[in-house]
Design a protein around this ligand. Structure first.
Ligand code: AMP
Length: 538
């Protein structure tokens, strides 16, 4: 017997319409490039997003056409998040931190027809203009309205568009947005998010175990809107009517802390790099920033070190850890403490909070080893395979990547983890970042996290370097805190409290900064190459 319910499509225009009516007075705050604050509201955003849809349609946008954006986090970018897909297009957020040639290559691969770009980013565009595929370039003015020749002015386009836009017929499985992976493992690959995936993912964002957010929150996405759609927050906040604070290009710790205090942010999200810098600023200037209430810091992208979680707690900044990927829209797991754990000793609670949490509803995870599925015993590790309604089933136009999916339809993530009987996932490493020493695996992530708990260490990255006897041995690249001192012997002794002797790095090198990817993750490949010919002491 079939259910008697309606087959109602899960598409973005429904979210936009609701925000325009029900949350019309809720504020959207943007910090402009000149650091001034601009305030608008969902009512005005609704009107402008629909005008953008009308303007793009007038310019010839057809169903499924890609419209690229090169923008920071601000209200015009939010307009594109809805205006493009509600006109039947696919918003392709370009990662503006990539090399110009790489951006051009990605835009060409995606077949982007139009580009929406911040005026202050035009110098980046100029670097790949001759190689770019765009038919029209639409510039969002932040300072003067004067436009260089050959560009369209976003504000004039919106002013010319009417308020009578009619949505095209959309199927919930139509593409709405597109992101390329950040390329930590080889070439960037494109993922196309359907309306349905984005709607369901937005529901998941509201859950207590994920962002735990609602209309009563003020949300600051520090994660760029080109990194997995700022983790889905622009869609989720609009659906839930949460007050949005968008930081523009200023994501240095002082600017982030200033906004958090002045706008009374209750939830912020970003990679650990952001919060490491924020913690440093707080510890250098105790008393400068005061929070009226605890702030939930949703943190992922890489694992936040346990010490970071502990020390931020002292300032009322409570890290909530989640794991995900561009391919998973991005939420895969999240969680934190369960009710029965609240009376546990602090150290045990921090161990739990440093784990990646458990799978979100409708996200299924299994850990695979060559001999089959690993048990959920908290000790046996395997590669995470994942499936669910917001998990990619393929990459855009990349038939050579079909091997990333199993014959029975699970996505092979390349992340290696353990799971315990309650479903808590603990990422041990990227498959290729494990150090294989004399046939035994060493987790570089565990070593890094422990090292970052040493009082003199700001950041640490551990990589496997070829070794004549052991195939590979771990080398730790360490960035010390300003003015702090530590010797390799001290760091080894510190690690020896938690690790077996054979697991300890054989070399410690002190460097000024760890090379990072465009979204702030450690670029282990670069370090491996830098130290490839390391002369080990025999
Ligand atoms: P991206 O597609 O750029 O978001 O990168 C996804 C990858 O980032 C994952 O496959 C993991 O290797 C890593 N990652 C994301 N979140 C976490 C986390 N909480 N802990 C450890 N690694 C993470």
């Amino acid at each position: 017997m079939r259910g008697t319910m309606m087959d109602y499509p899960l598409t973005l225009p429904t979210i936009l319409e609701r925000a325009g009516k029900i949350f019309s007075r809720v504020e959207i705050v943007s910090r402009k490039p000149d650091k001034s604050i601009a305030r608008t509201c969902y009512g005005e955003f609704y009107r402008r997003a629909r005008r953008l849809a009308a303007a793009l349609t007038k310019l010839g946008l057809q169903a499924g056409d890609r419209v690229a954006s090169m923008m920071w986090n601000h209200s015009a970018h939010l307009e594109a998040f809805f205006g493009v897909p509600c006109a039947g297009g696919v918003l392709h957020t370009l990662n503006l931190r990539l090399h110009a040639h790489e951006i051009a290559g990605i835009a060409k691969h995606a077949g982007d027809r139009f580009l929406l770009i911040d005026d202050i980013l035009l110098p980046v565009y100029e670097k790949f203009r001759s190689d770019a595929p765009f038919e029209k370039v639409i510039v969002v003015p932040h300072g003067s309205d004067a436009m260089p020749d050959g560009f369209l002015n976003y504000e004039l386009l919106l002013a010319d568009a009417g308020d009578d836009f009619r949505y095209p017929q959309l199927d919930e499985n139509d593409g709405a947005a597109m992101c390329f992976t950040s390329g930590t493992t080889g070439h960037s690959k494109g993922v196309i998010y359907s309306h349905r995936a984005l709607v369901l993912h937005s529901f998941a964002c509201g859950l207590g175990e994920v962002f735990g957010m609602s209309h009563f929150d003020t949300v600051l996405p520090v994660a760029p809107m080109f990194h997995a759609n700022a983790w889905g927050l622009p869609f989720a906040c609009t659906m839930l009517g949460a007050r949005l604070v968008l930081p523009g290009p200023s994501v240095d710790p002082e600017s982030v802390l200033g906004l958090m205090v002045s706008e009374r942010v209750s939830i912020a999200c970003g990679v650990p790099t952001v919060w490491i810098a924020v913690l440093e600023a707080l510890e250098k200037n105790p008393g400068r920033w005061k929070f009226d209430a605890p702030v939930r810091i949703v943190c992922g992208g890489t694992a936040p070190p346990l010490e970071l979680i502990r020390r931020l707690d002292r300032y009322g900044l409570q890290i909530k850890h989640l794991w995900g990927m561009t391919e998973t829209t991005p939420i895969g797991t999240s969680g934190g403490l369960r009710p029965h754990m609240h009376d546990w000793p602090d150290d045990e609670k921090y161990e739990i909070r440093a784990k990646q949490g458990w799978p979100a509803p409708f996200v299924e995870i299994r850990l695979m080893r060559p001999e089959g599925e690993a048990p959920w015993d908290g000790a046996t590790s395997g590669e995470i395979e994942i499936r669910g309604p917001w998990v990619a089933a393929s990459y855009y136009d990349s038939p050579d990547q079909a091997h990333r999916w199993t014959a029975d339809g699970w996505f092979r993530t390349g992340d290696v983890a353990t799971m315990d009987e309650a479903g808590y996932v603990k990422i041990v490493d990227r498959a290729k970042d494990l150090v294989k020493s004399g046939g035994e695996w060493i987790s570089s992530v565990d070593l890094e996290n422990t090292l970052m708990g040493h009082p003199a260490v700001k950041e640490a990255c551990v990589v496997g370097i070829p070794h004549p006897k052991w195939q590979e041995r771990p080398l730790a690249a360490v960035v010390l805190k300003d003015g702090a001192q530590a010797t390799p012997e001290e760091l080894r002794a510190f690690l020896a409290q938690s690790f077996a002797k054979w697991q300890l790095p054989d070399a410690f090198v002190f460097i000024d900064a760890i090379p990072r990817t465009s979204v702030g993750k450690f670029k282990k490949l670069a370090l491996r190459e830098q130290f490839a010919n390391w002369k080990w002491e025999s």
